[in-house]
Structure formats: structure tokens, C-alpha cells
Design a protein around this ligand. Sequence first.
Ligand code: CO8
Length: 166
Amino acid sequence: MLPSHYRRCYGCGPDHGAGLRMRLTVGQQASIHAQLEVTDDHQGAPGLAHGGLLACALDEALGTVAWLLGTPAVTARLETEYLTPVPVGSVLHIHARCTGVTGRKISLVAEGRRNGPTGSPAVRATALFLAVDLEHFTTHGRVHDVAQAMADPDFDTIRRAFGINP
Ligand SMILES: CCCCCCCC(=O)SCCNC(=O)CCNC(=O)[C@H](O)C(C)(C)COP(=O)(O)OP(=O)(O)OC[C@H]1O[C@@H](n2cnc3c(N)ncnc32)[C@H](O)[C@@H]1OP(=O)(O)O
């Protein structure tokens, strides 16, 4: 099981009051298994998960695979395909994996299944991530948030955890 890469991340952060709090586990080679419990807070239509939120959950799993490759990376392109509605109360079992790397470009795919990891697929995504350096976050984000994240006493543990499948 991987620790959250950033405590205030909407996808996996334990300190985010309204986040998805996804838990992610390393799979074979560069792949990730994750689970999303679909709750009342995730609705787009009555009783059904919001499509954008499902894309967010897949994005989180895809981004975590990219980090397993040893570099921070950000989503450049994300295409989602919705196959069946996902009702509140279901658990989405997500599997994300890398399909190729060309320079800074990381190609990935993900699939979310209902009713267990071998259930029928409900949502799929194809993504392109771009590897970036720390400057990406200090230039475009808030310097004090970056400094705070790096000052986290668990920062080294978190960084090392992503070296699981070098
Ligand atoms: C553990 C972590 C979990 C995190 C999960 C969540 C992940 C996220 O949500 S990240 C947040 C959302 N994403 C962003 O904010 C990114 C915003 N975009 C950017 O910052 C920039 O556009 C960025 C960094 C993606 C690319 O910019 P830049 O580094 O200048 O790349 P650039 O030089 O233009 O292009 C490099 C290559 O990528 C290609 N490329 C760039 N963007 C795209 C795109 N959208 N589609 C296709 N190809 C693209 C270019 O064509 C180029 O290809 P080639 O080398 O073959 O000519």
C-alpha cells in the first residue's frame, strides 16, 4: 500500500476533508490497484456517480503509476469512456498501468470495474502524462504549499515508497 503522495490531495490525501481518500496499492511492474467507495457525496444524478468524479479517481490512479516510474508527472491528456452507470454504494475497483514511455511522455491506461476486480468494466481511461521537475510546482503552484509538503516529517518515507518498483 502506498502512502498518500500529498496529504491535501483531493484524490488520496488523509487531511482533505471532502476528498476521495483513495487507497492505492502497487501491482505488477508499473501498475496500481485502487478502490473508490462511491458515496452520497459523489452523485451527479440521483443515486449515480458523477462522471467527472470518476475521471478524477482514474486520474489519481494513473498519476500514481507515473510516479512509480520515479518522476513527478502531470496529466496532459485524459480521455474517459463511460460504459455503465456507477451507483452510490458500489466500490469501483481501478487498475491503472503504463503502456509506454517516450522521453518525458508517459502513456497510460486505466479501467474501473464494479463488483470486484474481475467485475464488468464501468469506466475506462487513456492518458498522456508529462514528466515535470519540481519547478513546475513552484512556478505554477504556491511556493509555501510546496515547502510545507517537503517539510512533512513523512516526506522521505513517502518519496522512498514510490521507489517500490524501480
Ligand atoms: C501521485 C500523483 C497523483 C496525481 C494525480 C493527479 C494528476 C493531475 O491531475 S496533474 C494536474 C492537471 N494537469 C496539469 O495541470 C498540467 C497542465 N499542463 C501543463 O503544465 C503543460 O501543458 C505540460 C507540463 C503538460 C506540458 O507542457 P510542456 O512541458 O511545455 O510540454 P511541451 O514541450 O509542450 O510538449 C512535450 C511533448 O508532449 C506533447 N504534449 C504536450 N501536451 C499534450 C497534450 N495535451 N496532448 C498530446 N500531446 C501533448 C507535445 O506534443 C510534445 O511532444 P513531442 O516531444 O513529441 O514534440
